[in-house]
Design a protein around this ligand. Structure first.
Ligand code: ADP
Ligand code: MG
Length: 585
């Protein structure tokens, strides 16, 4: 049996597929949701979930929440500002005299979920599917997998949360053909994914998100509002955590009520806090945070090449989508009522359970597909990017192209595998390279086939084969699909920022290659025919050739193109003569 687990920043859930149904499993108190909080006492047993939450304001320095924000992170990266340690080393947390890694802390949450499931089922469960935000990078996914292993699970698959939510949504609509967006705003992360559902096939068309945007940020904004309104600022960790908890509680109440009271007796220095708070006030404080989701939604739509009107549904998931402000905002972005059919807290876990059932073969008519986050290609002779598999291609994918040798006497071809959206090879990332040797041959005589294939696990295999000798080389690249969100964003931003320069660079390079081909050919022809031509015309051709050379040195695209055209025109007569001579012979 494979358990499905939503290991959330704030809350975690576990369930299994039982007699044809995905079933979430509750603890002995009937709670299906386990807060992702871990308490490490001085002596005794580590506590997880509600029991740990209760210790938070008593022992804030021994209680850890939102550890997911640190998993797979290094000191110096986003989210690690308050941690000690040398830049570049893996993030860790010190409690008393213990140094804990985010993997270890997450594994405590997973152990707790495992024991809840095992108690309920009366059986051991040691296989699991665990969800992560779509934008988790390779290191974050690997660390999550490691946490699962530390908890005693064989981790069968790491699945993106919005994909899981779409699976939960789409299961009873298997015959449908539709395009849906999943808007997931939880405690710590935001994701928007666009998926296409087509007769049981789920295809991710695009996804964008922010691993540092969610309800926690809203809580902080409200806490600030509360302390400002009350004229009390707190400094101790215990008071800060009580204030934040109160802010969160008020926020959740105000999703249904219009007003509430915040009461915190003896908050700090014997001072008590007591104020009333309205929905309108917290909406004003949280709007700037929620507004940040708009650009990410727009980008995901753009990548999927869709307009808001092309979507059939916008599905809301994640606890923070209970806020009326979020619902209104989504309605405004997408110009339609959002789909509230999914349980905001449970759909991701349900999807994980369903994914487990698919892996076990219990659900056969469903398939889940993923996409490449950035384009993959190779460096051309002139130093340009030649895209073989474009960005946002569904995986598994396969594509290839044939290349010939650009220079006579060349003794091999170096294939550099690139990832990125820039026109010049050197602006993209080099993932690896391979070398295919061949005997020296005339230009264009050697044909090398290059094939890219990405399997369902995102592993890229590049094969290069010399078609005449049959000799081939293969490399395997693991990092072709799992790229960090920052890196993808930086690459996309770079390609937009440099769009004009890049285009110019490509045109110049193409013109340069043409010039480099033409100049020796013209010299050759003049050597053969020069004496048959009027002196004046020879001088004209030589002048144009010199101008092409000058434009090459000056690296001026426009000038190069113009001089090439002029040279081309003045050498027409050479071409005619060459043909005449050939005919005579
Ligand atoms: P995660 O996926 O990050 O673990 P969840 O999807 O469980 O998070 O959502 C947790 C967030 O949802 C928290 O910030 C919590 O305050 C918020 N939340 C839960 N219920 C409500 C509610 N009724 N109104 C507003 N926010 C809520
Ligand atoms: Mg979640």
């Amino acid at each position: 049996m494979i358990a499905g687990i939503d290991l959330g920043t704030t809350n975690s859930l576990i369930g299994v597929y039982e007699s044809g149904f995905p079933t979430l499993l509750a603890d002995q108190h009937g709670n299906r949701i386990t807060p992702s909080v871990v308490f490490y006492p001085k002596n005794g047993e580590t506590l997880v979930g509600r029991e740990a939450e209760r210790q938070r304001s008593l022992h804030p320095d021994r209680t850890i929440s939102s550890v997911k924000r640190l998993i797979g992170r290094r000191i110096g990266e986003k989210g690690t500002e308050n941690l000690l340690g040398n830049k570049g080393t893996a993030a860790s947390i010190t409690i008393g005299d213990r140094i804990l890694t985010p993997e270890e802390i997450s594994s405590e949450i997973l152990k707790k979920l495992k024991s809840i499931a095992e108690d309920r089922l009366g059986a051991t469960i040691n296989r699991a599917v665990i969800t992560v935000p779509a934008y988790f990078n390779d290191a974050q996914r690997t660390s999550t997998r490691r946490a699962g292993e530390l908890a005693g699970f064989m981790v069968e698959r790491i699945v993106s949360e919005p994909t899981a939510a779409a699976l939960a949504y789409g299961l009873d609509r298997l015959a449908d053909q539709s395009k849906v967006a999943v808007y997931d705003l939880g405690g710590g992360t935001f994701d928007l994914s666009v998926l296409q559902l087509d007769n049981g096939v789920f295809q991710v068309l695009s996804t964008h998100g922010d691993t540092q945007l969610g309800g926690d940020d809203i809580d902080e904004a409200i806490a600030e509002l509360v302390s400002k309104k009350a004229g009390i600022s707190v400094s101790s960790p215990a008071a800060t955590s009580r204030l934040k908890e109160a802010a969160r509680a008020a926020k959740e109440i105000l999703s249904t009520a219009d007003a509430t009271e915040v009461r915190l007796p003896f908050l700090e220095d014997n001072r008590s806090l007591e104020i009333s708070l309205t929905r309108a006030e917290i909406e004003q404080a949280s709007a700037p945070i929620i507004r940040r989701t708009r650009a990410l939604c727009m980008r995901a739509l753009q990548d999927a090449d869709l307009e808001t009107t092309d979507l059939d549904q916008v599905i809301l998931v994640g606890g923070s989508t209970r806020m009326p402000l979020v619902r209104n905002f989504v309605k405004e972005i997408f110009g339609r009522e959002p789909n509230l059919s999914q349980h905001p807290d449970e759909s991701v876990a349900l999807g994980a359970i369903l994914q487990g059932a698919i892996l076990e073969g219990n659900l056969q008519n469903v398939a889940l597909l993923d996409v490449t986050p950035l384009s993959l290609g190779i460096e051309t002779f002139g130093g340009l990017m030649n895209v073989i598999i474009p960005r946002n291609t569904t995986i598994p994918a396969k594509a290839g192209e044939m290349f010939t040798n650009a220079v006579t006497g060349q003794q091999g071809m170096r294939i550099s595998v690139l990832q990125g959206e820039r026109e010049l090879a050197s602006d993209n990332w080099m993932l690896g390279s391979l070398e295919i040797p061949f005997p020296p041959s005339p230009k264009g005589a050697v044909r090398v086939g290059v094939q890219f294939s990405i399997d369902a696990d995102g592993i890229l295999q590049v094969l290069a084969r010399d078609t005449s000798t049959g000799s081939e080389q293969i490399i395997e690249i693991k990092s072709a699909v799992e790229v960090s969100d920052e890196a993808v964003e930086a690459m996309l931003a770079g390609s937009l920022e440099h769009a004009f320069e890049d285009m110019d660079a490509r045109i110049f390079t193409e013109a340069r290659l043409k010039a480099e081909e033409m100049l020796p050919a013209v010299e050759d022809a003049l050597a053969q025919l020069g004496s048959d031509l009027p002196e004046q015309e020879v001088a004209e051709i030589l002048r144009h050739a010199a101008e092409v050379r000058a434009a090459l040195v000056l690296k001026e695209t426009k000038r190069l193109k113009l001089t090439i055209a002029a040279l081309d025109e003045s050498t027409q007569i050479l071409a005619t003569k060459l043909i005449e001579k050939a005919l005579k012979a």
